[in-house]
Design a protein around this ligand. Structure first.
Ligand SMILES: [Zn+2]
Length: 65
C-alpha cells in the first residue's frame, strides 16, 4: 500500500518514497519554486525587520540631552 501524496507546490501526485529525490515535491522544478518562494518570504521579513530596526535608532536630538 502506497499512500497517495500531493506535491505541495502543484498538487500533482507525488511520492514520499526515497526514490523521489525531490520529495515531498513531484519534481526538481516544484522544489526549486517552493524554495525560491521561501527565500523571497524570508527576504521580505528580513527587510521589514531592518526597517523597524532603523526606526529605533535614536536620532540626533535624543543624543543632545
Ligand atoms: Zn509539483
Amino acid at each position: 500500500m502506497t499512500k497517495k501524496y500531493s506535491c505541495p507546490n502543484c498538487a500533482q501526485p507525488s511520492s514520499l518514497d526515497s526514490a523521489n529525490s525531490w520529495r515531498p515535491f513531484c519534481s526538481e522544478r516544484c522544489r526549486l519554486i517552493d524554495l525560491g518562494e521561501w527565500m523571497n518570504e524570508s527576504n521580505k521579513i528580513a527587510s521589514t525587520e531592518s526597517a523597524e530596526f532603523l526606526e529605533h535608532i535614536p536620532d540626533d536630538e535624543e543624543f543632545r540631552h
